[in-house]
Design a protein around this ligand. Structure first.
Ligand code: HEM
Length: 353
């Protein structure tokens, strides 16, 4: 659906009626989101396994709809969707800012695209933060170790403070330094400033009883900083998007050249936040592939050799690396070109797409 209608959209510029042409890019967007939904349903099973039984050491699906309606997906998908909305907003805002600074022939059109992008980025940034809060609360219930690692919280605390800066001493299971705002972690986890949040040591003891002896603590320093990077970037993007919205509503965009200049590299902020968010989600689930069911150490495949894995991994890196370079060059080329050289008229506006 995605690739077919992308083709229809690209090659149908002057051939299709405008409505059909527009519908084709909507179908691309719907296809991408359905694809994301399906990938995340599979990932949700790894975070919160549902709808299966273990038979002869194999997980077999017993309830397809339980899998599709996994409670985890209702937190995960909106977070990823709103993160993507933020990303789209920042991309169009950054490209529009580039052209607004050049003050070319199509200045007014870029002001309009800036306005739409600012609205889009602000809605995305507000929703991704609000939804992130809901997701964190779900995480406390389903994977409390993930939250404890994200906060480098070794001992159960109530009220629990939100850590601003910690240096972790993994070997002795404590922090050398830990600067906290009292009560805020309790609020993030339970919507009040007093309820306890469980620490790593408590949860480790519980898991040893439940799953047998072993180390159930994920890489704490990495989880801690990845989580801070995501939340920090989320807060920064929210401020940037709200300021952009303010400027566009007041029609003052042209007076803030430093801000327009800042928006160009800001195109990367959502991509970085999305990457660290995703790495956090996977790293802080360790040592599990499927939480509570299968450890990474049990997931090692005996059917492929390390050499085969290296070949396929290097192959992927090379192919995707080459695609990234080509993709990047094309995006920069067309973003810089803007409207004028592309079509030579105000009627078609490819830069908006
Ligand atoms: C204050 C802001 C935020 C909070 C409280 C928050 C919270 C969370 C939590 C708790 C998770 C892990 C969920 C789990 O593993 O169960 C997560 C994952 C993620 N976050 Fe955020 N987040 C915030 C901002 C952002 C921003 C701004 C972006 C990107 C624009 C973002 C993108 C992601 C992504 C892509 C994932 C991984 C989703 C997945 O693959 O499951 N987050 N976030």
């Amino acid at each position: 659906m995605e690739s077919t209608f992308l083709g229809v959209w690209i090659f149908g510029w002057d051939k299709l009626p405008k409505g059909v042409h527009l519908a084709s890019i909507w179908l691309v967007a719907i296809g991408s989101n359905l694809s994301a939904l399906w990938i995340l349903i599979a990932n949700s099973f790894m975070q919160q396994p549902v709808g299966y039984v273990l038979r002869n050491g194999r997980a077999e699906m017993t309830d397809f709809w339980a899998l599709v309606f996994n409670p985890h997906i209702f937190e995960q998908w909106p977070h990823v969707f709103t993160a993507s909305v933020t990303m789209a907003g920042f991309l169009v805002m950054g490209v529009s800012a580039y052209h607004l600074r050049r003050k070319g022939k199509f200045h007014e059109i870029f002001k309009t695209s800036f306005k739409f992008a600012a609205i889009y980025a602000a809605i995305g940034a507000i929703l991704v933060v609000v939804n992130g809060h809901g997701q964190a609360q779900h995480m406390v219930k389903v994977q409390p170790m993930k939250m404890a690692a994200a906060e480098a919280l070794w001992e159960t605390e109530g009220p629990a403070g939100e850590s601003l800066f910690a240096i972790v001493d993994r070997a002795n299971r404590r922090n050398f330094v830990d600067i906290k705002i009292p009560g805020v972690l309790s609020f993030l986890a339970h919507n009040n400033f007093t309820d306890p949040v469980r620490g790593i040591n408590d949860i480790q003891a519980e898991y040893e009883q439940k799953y047998g002896p072993g180390d159930y603590i994920p890489p704490v320093t990495l989880s801690y900083w990845l989580f801070r990077a995501m939340v920090g970037l989320g807060t920064l993007m929210l401020l940037i998007a709200l300021f952009a919205l303010y400027l566009t509503v007041k029609n003052k965009v042209d007076e803030y050249d430093w801000f327009l200049r800042l928006l160009i590299p800001s195109i990367f902020l959502p991509t970085i936040a999305i990457s660290v968010g995703w790495i956090f989600t996977e790293v802080a689930r360790q040592p599990w592939v499927v939480f509570g069911v299968m450890k990474v150490s049990d997931g090692v495949s005996l059917a492929v050799s390390p050499a085969e894995l290296w070949i396929s991994l290097i192959g992927y890196i090379l192919i995707y690396g080459a695609l990234i370079v080509v993709d990047w060059q094309l995006m920069v080329k067309y973003a810089k070109k803007g409207i004028e050289e592309e079509s030579g008229s105000q009627q078609t506006v490819p830069a908006h797409a």
